[in-house]
Design a protein around this ligand. Structure first.
Ligand SMILES: Nc1ncnc2c1ncn2[C@@H]1O[C@H](COP(=O)(O)OP(=O)(O)OP(=O)(O)O)[C@@H](O)[C@H]1O
Ligand SMILES: [Zn+2]
Ligand SMILES: [Zn+2]
Length: 805
């Protein structure tokens, strides 16, 4: 093939198509679609993806590809196809779609260098530049920029003495280690040693080591450590050709120092057998089906996953398991590694960029057959997929909230259809969307209604906190919660306390005038951080010091409100001084591995109470936890979000599921200010079916999903008049072009009307069927393209918004 079509790394409307390049002769026949290349683009050199190779091009005078970055395609044929589909589905740029499918380490980074156009020009360039080019013809632009004025540089560029070049920097460095090799046989070694002068003691010591230990290859690092000699002695032996060195590539394996206890398949109970049967037959028959495995917490869904995967691997195929924010549940990793050992790659946000890259390459090289990972693991470059599992399918983290705004569930189904294999969605609290599809028979419903060994679900007690207040209890713990905690302490059992942080922050308010301190750039209150007495904005990062007096009325009665985990801990220590508490929140789990350490400690019973936020709500399976307390169940209910009730129900069910999972029975206490709310009532009765009925009824009457599809368009700009004008225009255009049955809401200010000094407006499209939607939206973006690139206007379109924020 002589020509290649390339998608270039310039995310803009004008460049959202392929460009043709000549393939230099030496790469013809080698370069294939899915490889990354460096190509000249205008004055720059940038990265791109080859999407097609061909014998002819309609264009004349084409430039040549400059560099080839891959030896094997980093995107398989199928993933290229997924990329095109993502572009359609989410209205993102092709380049964004391709990049989203690769580990961060492989995204292009550019460095600017200033380069002499000819060596002779060293005499002509300005004096300030000269010192930089004495020894080299290219200099990092950043270095020069700090010392020499841009004007001066510009002049030399205009004169043609120097030029500015963008170089693609490769981030994904493979880790290599130096191996030292013994070049002679052990019998020859004696001879060689005799020839070495006696005073070269260190060199002799090195050779003695090889002799004593009968090794022929060892890493340089280990050799130096074992013999306590310096690098120089080894070099001397290499010069004598007794030793040689070579580099060997190694993987950074975050789990290499850990042992995983091998586990075997358990004997499935009746419900599990019923559930696994259709999955296995779909695997055998090579048929694509989507299964919704609706199983109460502790019903043994994971065991069903494990045994289905076993079947897939036995057939020589591969599987993907998505787990929400997996770094947060090391227990989960253990279960997969325990069953499948080195066949598993793990991909999650807790890994370093390098570690992720290495895990990804294990997949690419077919060294593993199973990947367990968070959202983006859905793009694992397997070519022979036999199954995709999405655990906790209701988790909102499966939706990416930046471009491309995809939902991993959609990608999973698309890929599984390509590979003609099953998708299994598992949850104790399926999304209404999925459950409705199962009701209609679009998905196949598999139910696990009982806990393993018929253990009962923990009894739930709802405590009305208003009542507590009326009875004179002003603390954040109800009387009955304290009683039950004390009981657990006496019996040596463990408790989990859950603080629902979402929608709840510690804001600062003046008790005299009611003034709330807000971010000067965003319309949202600042959050109080005890450490350093700082106030922080969670949207733009603005920080300021906590004032001593109210900026509005000078009163000294300015306090923070709201309950942080730190405060809960302090209060708890006062009430239960003898208890040992582990607190898990963003502050205590910031460091790598901290999360796992804390959980291990709790598992070893080095603490009585685990106190935490969302991060302890799911996946935990500790036998001695018999009490779960939810401190404030209703904080999420009041968010401007049509899924607020559903999320509350899911969360309460998940948290309750942490108690009494093994021999000991469990109990749950839910503290709330709105005990009558149906999502709280029904969660306490574990009545998903009733919740589903009720919530579906409300969604229907308010025209929300799953009855209607949504599209959210958000417009932002530094000037409010501009935002309003553009939003109005968009609404008018939508009204003219979409069908009559479609509802268009807006323009209205977004729930957070200003972020980072930009005003935000939105409009929402609710529709049942809308064939024109994508085309209409594309036209809108097209229309405002100019203003978006020059006038700081931003329009984001989300075709399946998770929240209204
Ligand atoms: N067939 C079985 N026989 C015996 N024990 C089992 C069986 N299946 C699962 N278990 C055990 O029951 C416990 C709960 O199972 P598991 O964690 O798989 O449930 P789950 O449905 O995934 O729970 P959750 O949704 O709450 O995370 C685990 O300790 C598991 O090892
Ligand atoms: Zn005041
Ligand atoms: Zn801010």
């Amino acid at each position: 093939m002589k020509y290649a079509s390339v998608i270039v790394d310039v995310p803009s409307m004008q460049t959202d198509r392929s460009f043709d390049y000549k393939i230099p002769e030496e790469w013809q026949g080698f370069l294939t679609p899915g490889m990354r290349v460096v190509v000249p683009f205008g004055p720059r050199k940038i990265q791109g993806f080859v999407v097609e190779t061909k014998e002819h091009s309609d264009f004349k005078r084409l430039k040549s590809i400059t560099e080839c970055l891959d030896l094997t395609p980093c995107l398989t044929k199928e993933l290229l196809q997924v990329g095109h589909w993502l572009t359609e589905k989410t209205l993102c740029f092709k380049i964004s779609a391709f990049q989203a499918m690769l580990p961060a380490a492989m995204k292009a980074k550019y460095e600017k260098v200033l380069s002499l156009t000819q060596d002779e020009h060293l005499l002509n360039i300005s004096d300030q530049l000269k010192p930089f080019f004495q020894k080299q013809s290219q200099v990092d632009f950043k270095e020069i920029e700090q010392v020499v004025s841009l004007k001066t540089i510009q002049k030399d560029i205009e004169n043609g003495y120097v030029e500015l070049i963008y170089k693609v920097k490769q981030k994904g460095n493979k880790k290599r280690i130096k191996m030292i090799n013994l070049n002679v046989s052990f019998s020859e070694l004696e001879d060689k040693m005799n020839n070495i002068p006696v005073n070269a003691k260190k060199q002799l010591e090195v050779l003695q080591y090889f002799k004593d230990n009968e090794v022929k290859t060892i890493t340089l690092q280990d050799l130096l450590a074992a013999t306590n000699v310096s690098d120089a002695s080894v070099k001397a032996l290499i010069a004598k050709e007794i030793l040689s060195e070579k580099y060997q590539e190694v993987y950074r394996d975050p789990y290499q120092d850990r042992e995983f206890k091998k586990t075997n398949a358990l004997l499935l109970n009746h419900e599990q057998q019923q559930a696994i049967k259709p999955i296995l037959s779909s695997i055998e028959e090579n048929e694509h089906h989507v299964f919704l495995m609706y199983g109460v917490t502790g019903s043994g869904k994971t065991e069903v996953y494990l045994q289905s995967i076993e079947e897939v691997l036995k057939n020589g195929k591969e599987a993907i398991v998505l787990v929400p924010e997996i770094s947060l549940t090391p227990q989960m990793v253990n279960r997969f590694k325990g069953r499948f050992g080195s066949k598993v790659a793990v991909l999650h946000s807790g890994l370093s960029t390098g570690e992720k890259y290495d895990e990804w390459r294990k997949i690419q090289r077919k060294e593993v057959q199973l990947v367990v990972g968070a959202r983006s693991a859905i793009f694992a470059p397997f070519e022979n997929l036999g199954m995709i599992i999405i655990d906790e399918e209701h988790e909102s983290s499966y939706k990416q909230e930046e471009n491309p705004r995809y939902h991993a569930r959609d990608v999973a189904i698309y890929r599984a259809r390509n590979h003609r294999c099953p998708v299994v969605l598992g949850s104790a609290t399926p999304t209404l969307e999925s459950f409705a599809r199962a009701q209609k028979g679009v998905y196949k419903l598999l139910s696990l209604k009982e806990r393993v060994n018929k253990r009962s679900m923990p009894a739930v007690d709802i405590v009305d906190m208003r009542e507590e207040l009326r009875n004179g209890n002003r603390s954040m713990f109800s009387t009955s919660l304290i009683e039950k905690l004390t009981e657990r302490l006496e019996k040596g059992e463990q408790s989990v306390l859950f603080l629902n942080k979402r929608g709840y922050s510690s804001f600062v308010m003046c008790r005299d005038c009611g003034f709330v301190i807000q971010c000067p750039h965003c319309d949202i209150s600042l959050t109080y951080h005890r450490f350093g007495q700082q106030l922080k904005c969670h949207y733009c990062g603005h920080e300021e010091h906590m004032p001593n007096v109210c900026p509005e009325c000078q009163s000294e009665h300015i306090r923070f409100f709201g309950t942080g985990t730190q405060r809960v801990e302090e209060e708890l220590v006062k009430v239960l001084p003898e208890s040992r508490i582990i607190r898990m929140d963003v502050d205590t789990t910031g460091k790598k591995g901290a999360h796992e350490k804390l959980l291990t400690k709790f598992g070893n019973k080095e603490a009585d109470i685990l106190l935490g936020t969302q991060m302890i709500a799911k996946g935990l399976d500790f036998p001695d936890v018999t009490l779960v307390g939810v401190l404030t169940a209703d904080t999420m209910l009041h968010l401007p979000d049509f899924r607020a009730s559903e999320k509350t129900f899911q969360l309460l069910t998940q948290v309750s599921g942490r108690a009494g999972r093994h021999e000991l029975p469990g109990e749950v206490i839910i503290q709330t200010y709105t005990p009558e709310h149906y999502s709280i009532q029904l969660a306490s009765q574990y009545d998903y079916d009733a919740f589903y009925e009720q919530e579906m009824f409300l969604r229907k009457s308010h025209a929300y999903p799953p009855y209607y599809y949504l599209t959210l368009i958000t417009i932002s700009h530094p000037e409010i008049t501009k935002v309003v004008a553009v939003t109005e225009k968009i609404v008018q255009y939508l009204n003219r072009n979409l069908s009559n049955t479609t509802k268009i809401l807006g323009p209205v200010a977004s729930p957070i009307p200003r972020i980072k000094d930009r005003y935000r407006y939105q409009c929402m499209v609710k529709y049942k069927r809308e064939n024109n939607l994508h085309e209409t939206l594309r036209k809108i973006i097209d229309h405002f393209q100019q203003e978006m690139s020059s006038d700081d206007l931003a329009i984001t379109i989300d075709l399946s918004p998770n929240t209204m924020m």
